[in-house]
Ligand binder design. Structure first.
Ligand SMILES: Nc1ncnc2c1ncn2[C@@H]1O[C@H](COP(=O)(O)OP(=O)(O)O)[C@@H](O)[C@H]1O
Ligand code: SF4
Ligand SMILES: [Mg+2]
Length: 312
């Protein structure tokens, strides 16, 4: 059974009606690490923010359901969603400094969360936080608890943010490019930490990145995002063994050894026709059927879905 199920999520600009996320549907299973792969601007962060109802101003939900343990989060009252944020579902970002409060110590910030959700404070909260710091591998936790965010190194700051995110033992952690700003060694340590939390605390993770290399060993299943749509969704082995979508193939074939999707910006080309396939303008095949019809996600191999007419 799924822990989280997203159905036809369509998000866009309120004023113009322009759609940015187009009928995104996927589910997160218990204990899995679901990777979301996509270039910059493909809608990864917006998907993450949508789940917790944290859309930036000016954007709105046009359609869809976000079912967490059967409850539609889009229908909850503000105080009900507040109970879920940080407790059942947590989110961490690339830049902890933009999330952490600069005028409170790390300890004080985590204590706020613990007080809000569990009524825990004072010495009890302190002991609890020290335990969580140990869990996430922060050395000298008794000292670090008194540090302000800017007093920590990038790696420790990211660990502190993870500590805050997992303090209330959430069921789901959404990690939006959490290691992108870190150097390689620290990046690997943070990934190892997330993997351990996934294994030992059965934390289910949605891991967002533009780095194919990371997902190959880190994720159990991958969604390939492109211009606000899912073009392919598959278990990691199946995706690497037989990528189906022309876009995924391009990603995997064209840049051996290069992991970053930013290289792909070269591929944009001008097109005269309006197609109903999102990828038409960059597709080496550019099938005619997509001028008349919109491709749907279809299952080609077990649990391996693709949105492309080549497979119909
Ligand atoms: N507040 C906003 N107002 C209007 N458009 C936005 C806003 N935030 C993001 N977008 C647009 O939504 C698209 C997806 O953005 P985002 O989810 O941040 O992409 P990603 O995380 O994959 O890089 C982008 O084209 C971006 O320009
Ligand atoms: S549906 Fe047609 S245009 Fe779209 S990706 Fe497949 S082959 Fe290319
Ligand atoms: Mg982003």
């Amino acid at each position: 059974m799924s822990l989280l199920e997203i159905k036809d999520l369509t998000v866009g600009i309120k004023k113009t009606g322009e759609k940015i996320l187009k009928e995104i549907s996927f589910s997160l299973h218990y204990g899995e690490i679901l990777g979301i792969l996509g270039e910059s601007g493909s809608g990864k962060s917006l998907t993450a923010l949508s789940i917790l109802r944290l859309l930036p101003p000016g954007l709105t939900y046009f359609d869809g359901e976000i079912l967490f343990q059967g409850k539609n989060l889009l229908k909850l009252k503000e105080e009900e969603i507040n109970q879920i944020r940080g407790k059942d579902i947590s989110i961490i970002f690339q830049d902890p400094l933009s999330t952490l409060n600069p005028v409170l110590t790390i300890g004080e910030q985590i204590e706020e969360v613990l007080f809000y959700h569990f009524g825990l404070k004072g010495e009890k909260a302190r002991e609890f936080i020290i335990r969580v710091f140990k869990d996430v591998g922060i050395p000298d936790p008794e000292l670090r608890i008194k540090n302000y965010p800017h007093e920590l190194s990038g790696g420790l700051r990211q660990r502190a943010m993870i500590a805050m995110a997992i303090a209330c033992s959430p069921k789901i952690l959404i990690a939006d490019e959490p290691t992108t700003a870190l150097d390689l060694t620290i990046q690997m340590q943070v990934l190892e930490l997330l993997k351990t939390l996934n294994r030992e605390k059965t934390l289910s993770i949605i891991f967002i990145t533009h780095d194919i290399g990371i997902l190959r060993w880190f994720a159990t299943r991958i969604l390939v995002f492109y211009k606000g749509q899912i073009l392919e969704a598959a278990p990691v082995e199946s995706l690497f063994k037989r990528p189906l979508h022309p876009y995924t193939k391009l990603l995997f074939d064209s840049y051996p050894g290069k992991n970053s999707l930013s290289y792909l910006n070269f591929f944009d080309k001008a097109v005269s026709e309006e197609a109903l396939c999102n990828f038409y303008g960059r597709c080496p095949i550019a099938c005619k059927k997509s001028l008349e019809n919109a491709p749907q996600l279809i299952e080609v191999y077990p649990s391996h879905f693709v949105r492309c007419f080549l497979y119909e």
